[in-house]
Design a protein around this ligand. Structure first.
Ligand code: HOZ
Length: 424
């Protein structure tokens, strides 16, 4: 592959943008090499500035579940854009998407739109604190809930990728209210709850983690968290920024049949436009301004282009639930294929997958939390990443990110991907 145009764009970008990128993982810093500058994408394929074509397994980190430039979404955005791009005032579209989400996802009376997953999760924590009158919360090592100060303690995604132990600028005071323990370790949660009786407002979790690679919750783990929360009057927050509308129409809540107290969304609910949301039953959400005094606001919240894009995508997902079976079958095919070819080549390999979220860890041990994900052979992953890229397969440029499969991908694309892996 020739990456000349991406190389010169990267050189130019670094003169005006920190590290040449607007979000750190994109810089390819841990895998090495030059980030690709993307010009366009259609269906399952991405095209870079050098004209190279790639099968895309990032899919904008989730939202492109039906592939890129999905025509009904593009058409809806184009029509809406002609009516102006932002009003900072209510629109009927906001009601329509709120009603639609309520009709798909469990346990929601009221939903507030924001502009990113970060905003959604930080607002959810503020709401949980305002509702319970308690200050601390539990998050899990390697989970990433956006870049609000309180989440940057033992965080996944870029914080893990770049091995940042403590983020300068986050005060000790803020960090002191963030309690952490290992994912999938229910005893550790019990211990924290015991040590901080009546101090914990919430437990926030990615029900399937996607920011330390893809990590699955052990059997009964989420149920056990639900029980602890009920017993201790702690709110359970499901961060469904990655899993929402992807694992099932009703996300992880539906997939595992567990109701969270607050749910956060992002990415997919804007079909690739900048959106997030947090939602809960009325008793909790009525504490949000202007109903209550937990303040939260945003000029671009409920932006009409984002709303129409999200509405169009979510409506399609609701009306064609067969998509989830197709994604499951494609995910299973890829999982089996990758495991077989990599094991045949003699690599110790651990593949985690749920539906269309998947990741490959070069490890002979089970990968079930941040410690086991970090103990995998990251150097081999980095080589694998470049091998796949040179073979026309675009994976996340970090071992600490989940891959996302879109339904635009064909079995031929999956075969090409597996065959590329077999040549590693
Ligand atoms: N933090 C995002 C994935 N977990 C990556 C965001 C991006 O670079 O677009």
């Amino acid at each position: 592959m020739i990456y000349q145009s991406s190389k010169s764009l990267f050189e130019r970008a670094q003169r005006s943008i920190p590290g040449g990128v607007n979000s750190p993982v994109r810089a390819f810093k841990s895998v090495g090499g030059t980030p690709l500058f993307i010009t366009r994408a259609k269906g399952a394929y991405l095209y870079d500035a050098d004209g190279n074509e790639y099968i895309d397994f990032i899919n904008s980190w989730g939202p492109m579940i039906l592939g890129h430039a999905y025509e009904p979404v593009i058409k809806a955005i184009q029509e809406r854009a002609a009516l102006s791009t932002s009003f900072g005032a209510p629109t009927e579209l906001e009601i329509e998407i709120a009603e639609l989400i309520k009709s798909i996802a469990p346990g929601i009376d009221l939903i507030r739109m924001v502009s990113s997953g970060t905003e959604a999760c930080m607002s959810a924590i503020r709401l949980a604190r305002g509702y319970t009158g308690k200050n601390k919360f539990i998050k899990f090592e390697g989970c990433y809930h956006g870049h609000a100060d309180c989440f940057l303690v033992k965080a996944g995604s870029g914080v893990a990728t770049f091995n940042i132990q403590a983020v300068p600028g986050v005060t000790a005071g803020v960090s002191a209210d963030t309690l952490t323990c290992a994912y999938n370790d229910i005893e550790a949660v019990e211990q924290l709850v015991k040590e901080h009786t009546n101090e914990i407002a919430a437990i926030i979790i990615e029900p399937v983690a996607g920011n330390m690679g893809c990590i699955l919750p052990g059997s009964n783990y989420l149920e056990a968290l639900r029980k602890i929360c009920d017993r201790e009057h702690i709110l359970l927050i499901f961060d469904e920024v990655m899993t929402g509308f992807r694992l099932a129409p009703g996300g992880a809540q539906e997939k595992f049949n567990i109701k969270a107290d607050i749910v956060t969304y992002g990415k997919i609910i804007g079909a690739g436009m900048p959106v997030g949301a947090f939602a809960a039953r009325r008793e909790i959400m009525q504490h949000i301004a202007p109903l209550g005094s937990v303040y939260q606001a945003g000029t671009l919240s409920g932006n009409p282009l984002a709303m129409v894009a999200g509405f169009t995508l979510l409506k399609t997902l609701k009306d064609t639930p067969g998509i989830y079976g197709e994604l499951e079958a494609k995910g299973a095919y890829l999982e089996k294929g990758l495991r077989e070819v990599l094991e045949k080549k003699g690599f110790p390999v651990w593949v985690n997958r749920m539906g269309s979220m998947i990741s490959v860890h070069f490890s002979s041990h089970e990968v079930k939390d941040f410690a086991s994900a970090s103990a995998a052979d990251i150097a081999t992953f980095n080589k694998f990443f470049h091998h796949m890229l040179d073979s026309g397969v675009y994976l996340p440029p970090s071992a600490f990110e989940s891959w996302f499969i879109s339904n635009a991908i064909s079995y031929q694309d999956l075969d090409r991907t597996i065959s590329a892996a077999s040549r590693f």
